[in-house]
Design a protein around this ligand. Sequence first.
Ligand SMILES: Cc1cc2nc3c(=O)[nH]c(=O)nc-3n(C[C@H](O)[C@H](O)[C@H](O)COP(=O)(O)OP(=O)(O)OC[C@H]3O[C@@H](n4cnc5c(N)ncnc54)[C@H](O)[C@@H]3O)c2cc1C
Length: 485
Amino acid sequence: MSSTPAVPKILIVGGGYAGFYTAWKLEKHLRKGEAEVTMVDPLPYMTYQPFLPEVAAGEIEARHIVVGHRRHLKRTKVVTAKVTGIDHANKTATITPEEGAPWEIEYDQIVVTAGAVSRTFPIPGIADNAIGLKTIEEAVAIRDRLLGNFDKAANLPPGPERDRLLTVVVVGGGFAGIEVFAELRAFASSLLRVYPQLSFEDTHFHLIEAMGRIMPEVSLKTSEWVLKDLAKRGANVHLDTQVTGAVDGVIELSTGESLPSDLIIWTAGVMANPTVVRGGDLPVEERGRIATRADLRVGTVDEVVEGAWAAGDVSAVPDLTGKGVGGYCVPNAQHAVRQAKLLAKNLTAVLRGELPQEYIHHNLGAVAGLGLYNGVFQSGNIALKGLIAWFAHRGYHGMAMPSWERKWRVVGDWWHNFWLGRDNVSLATVQNPRYVFEEFAARPRPAAPVEPQQPAIDPKSVVGEDAPVAGAKAEKEPAKAPVAG
Ligand SMILES: Cc1cc2nc3c(=O)[nH]c(=O)nc-3n(C[C@H](O)[C@H](O)[C@H](O)COP(=O)(O)OP(=O)(O)OC[C@H]3O[C@@H](n4cnc5c(N)ncnc54)[C@H](O)[C@@H]3O)c2cc1C
């Protein structure tokens, strides 16, 4: 009697750019019943991170920049939980859900695409007072904090407290830092129209960069144009400066300056997801990323770890163009998406006994939005600035947003904002959605305090169950109907 061969099980760890695209493409390449794909991510969606600065600046509705896993992955089993351990020697992974006990899952092929997290340094106060910009929750919180601070500041007389509320500090002059800094500056300027109590001079924007320049992805000349443009818009960039403290929300700089601020955004670098990297037995290179080959299998040039693949920010994939930093692909979406597409092809090929191909991608350039109608684009020696670069930014990212369903929503937001202006209300109260209900909700009356009772008769003379009990009267009294309000 012949038994049917087991269907290979593919486990994808992380459903961001690289994980989502790997699953999406595997659905296209794999024949029915050829393999079983499971994708595990603690979030039920993939986040289109290049749009986070525009969400923070109220230009795109937050929900529209995330792509729901279950809606778009029809043949993949989606598990909303964390992978907290990988035992590749035994081909099992530990899945830890938010509720309930962890469990083990067996696999034949694992794809590690768990991305990166904000990399910070042990500077006093940063962990407690700053916020990163890697998730949709952070972008929304930044938008709401800025709006909430405008509301508070509008009620205050000029002075240090009002200055603190209207001071924004961004740490890190890479792409993400500059984009959010420029977008928030433009957002704050647009808000002044609806806050007549506040003037442009009341708002303070500072970007702190440890290096002598910003945006290493563009040429020095282009980066200097960005610096001048920011200066014209009243935004201060502190080059060659380090943050030495952020205790109680006061940013201390290596230059000796202090900047009290209620909104400190940390964008000074990322590191490969430590939970997944350290929680497993896959080889890790010196910068803490999964050692990955050019064919996207885990391992080195000389040694392949069979059944293990990696892509995106969590991995160190050799850049065969020879232009990568330290010889590796830089952590960006351009690579994550393309690696994922090839990974899906390669994995399918290997399952069919064919050979995988090597990943090679020539950088297309970099494009950044710097607020409405302003941007910068660089590809080789070609640089575009201002309005035309802003169109390039919107055009590129509008098209790159996965699925037509999401593209429409984002483009719809842009269209509506063009005619109606940006949405400028804070929804910070969603963090405490029950506050009104709770304030007015009727509650059972607290039990009456127990009063010591004077025995009517000498207790010594009483025997048995009829002895008076302290508090009995209160308990027997019928409860009064609650009064609304
Ligand atoms: C503000 C900002 C702007 C950017 N702009 C650009 C740009 O213009 N161009 C560009 O090319 N790149 C840009 N990038 C970089 C780009 O977004 C990242 O390089 C890209 O998201 C990397 O994809 P990834 O799949 O490796 O990681 P991610 O997209 O971060 O996905 C990782 C996934 O893993 C999940 N995960 C985390 N822990 C676990 C766990 N324990 N178990 C399972 N899953 C887990 C996460 O929830 C997440 O869904 C920008 C980034 C930021 C923050």
